[in-house]
Ligand binder design. Structure first.
Ligand SMILES: Cc1cc2nc3c(=O)[nH]c(=O)nc-3n(C[C@H](O)[C@H](O)[C@H](O)COP(=O)(O)OP(=O)(O)OC[C@H]3O[C@@H](n4cnc5c(N)ncnc54)[C@H](O)[C@@H]3O)c2cc1C
Length: 407
């Protein structure tokens, strides 16, 4: 079963609760989100009443243990919710995904006090963000320059972050910063994670980036100028921030696979509906083989993406038992799911536009937005080139126990 030891790894334990959850979110999406997609695209904001309903449904508390006010729920529950919301409004998938970064960091390495304070507050409906990217360091996370200098019982943060999502909604931001000067031969050492309040003194919200899609949640630049952060807000051990971030991204890129799956699923549904009713040359366009074969390929890729995504989500549960080291099988499965599902979303969105002909590029039909959104899924939470790099790097290690330098 190279690179895995047994076929047991393919068990995906789905339960009736998962289907109940999916149906609940599907109903909410159809009834409440579908009527407002146009408003969200134009106003670039999630309407307040919708936002309140998402809080009432407890969607920010999925994955947070009940003892901290959450709903509990496994990783599969999380991806079901993200897929179903993203099917209509992909930017809601972003908000849930970024909130997962702080949630997971607190569950894996937070102190009991931090869990009681921050997890409980997030569970009440306060989303959160994760900030590692900087103008000079995106894929190259080890190249970050933001510093956190200890001064007695607080740290002073200085530097800039860019492309930070969920800032319009977030109460907290988990920030990666250097707590020791960079060592040129081991740049990834000496970083730490902090939980920072959005209105912390010295944290300025910079410009909003005018990106091509994901209307409803566009990213911002953050500027830290002597931002004063209590020393108690350090998550886990000082100096471990880079390793923690890699573990967190192994989880959160599965969320992006789920978001892409929602986009692909909806593009497929819209394309099939249209092909079955639109006529040309006296026939339904579905009857043209060149067109219905596109639908066949969309269907096939979506099923493969869903299986990969559920599979990766289930494998990632194992990481909770080993918070101190990134499990290679979680990295492999997450990267494979992210690459395949996001490229499936791009493929399905592109073909859905083509199948709709001229109306596919008309904003009013709501088809072209899926193409704009799908491209973004191939870039954030690690570009697809980086996912392929991760897979290529881990495979020789798992199969032969040897390290091969890539790139
Ligand atoms: C809409 C949006 C939201 C985002 N939200 C957040 C957020 O909330 N928090 C956050 O911290 N960041 C966020 N990001 C940042 C995102 O994670 C980075 O954009 C991404 O990691 C790529 O980094 P970069 O843009 O600097 O590109 P670069 O790293 O400069 O890459 C440029 C190109 O080079 C390729 N490349 C780089 N290194 C390699 C390599 N080793 N092998 C092969 N190819 C390589 C890349 O794949 C890419 O094609 C967001 C980005 C976007 C677009």
């Amino acid at each position: 079963m190279t690179p895995f030891k047994s076929i047991d790894i393919y068990n995906i334990p789905l339960k009736p609760e998962h289907e109940l959850l999916r149906k609940t979110i599907r109903k909410f999406s159809e009834e409440k989100l579908e009527p407002v997609w146009r408003d969200i695209e134009v106003q670039d904001k999630i309407p307040e009443d919708i936002y309140d309903e998402i809080i009432d449904l407890g969607l920010f508390s999925i994955g947070i243990p009940e003892k901290y006010g959450g709903q509990g729920g496994d990783q599969i529950s999380k991806i079901i919710v993200i897929e179903e919301l993203s099917r209509i409004i992909p930017s809601l998938g972003v908000i849930l995904d970024t909130t997962d970064f702080p949630i997971l960091s607190l569950i894996l390495w937070g102190s009991e006090e931090q869990k009681k304070t921050f997890l409980t507050d997030i569970a009440k409906g306060n989303p959160a963000a994760g900030a590692y990217t900087e103008p000079q360091a995106g894929s190259w996370v080890a190249g970050i320059q933001t510093t956190a200098e200890r001064r007695g019982n607080y740290y002073l943060l200085n530097g800039r972050k860019i492309f930070i999502s969920t800032i319009d909604y977030a109460k907290y931001i988990v920030v990666l910063a250097r707590t020791s000067p960079p060592n040129s031969s081991k740049l990834h050492e000496g970083m730490s994670l902090f939980i920072v309040e959005r209105d912390a003194p010295g944290l300025k919200i910079g410009s909003k980036l005018n990106i091509m899609g994901m209307r409803g949640d566009r990213p911002y630049e953050l500027i830290f100028e002597d931002a004063k952060i209590p020393a108690d807000n350090l998550i886990g051990r000082e100096g471990e921030g880079y390793y923690y971030t890699m573990i967190l991204l192994n989880f959160t890129r599965i969320n992006i696979a789920a978001q892409a799956l929602g986009i692909a699923q909806r593009a497929f549904e819209k394309a099939m509906d249209y092909a079955l009713q639109r006529e040309a040359f006296g026939k339904k366009i579905y009857q043209f083989e060149g067109l219905s074969f596109k639908i066949s390929d969309m269907f096939t890729r979506i099923q493969a993406s869903r299986l990969l995504t559920y599979w990766a989500a289930n494998i990632s549960e194992e990481q909770f038992k080993h918070p101190e080291k990134a499990l290679p099988e979680v990295a492999l499965a997450g990267s494979a799911a992210k690459v395949f599902a996001t490229e499936t979303a791009e493929y399905c969105a592109r073909e859905a536009v083509q199948i709709h002909g001229g109306s596919g590029v008309d904003f009013e039909t709501g088809i072209e937005r899926y193409l704009r959104d799908s491209v973004i899924t191939t870039i954030y939470e690690g570009t697809n080139e980086i996912q392929r790099y991760i897979i290529a790097r881990f495979l020789p290690r798992i199969v032969y126990g040897t390290k091969v330098k890539i790139g």
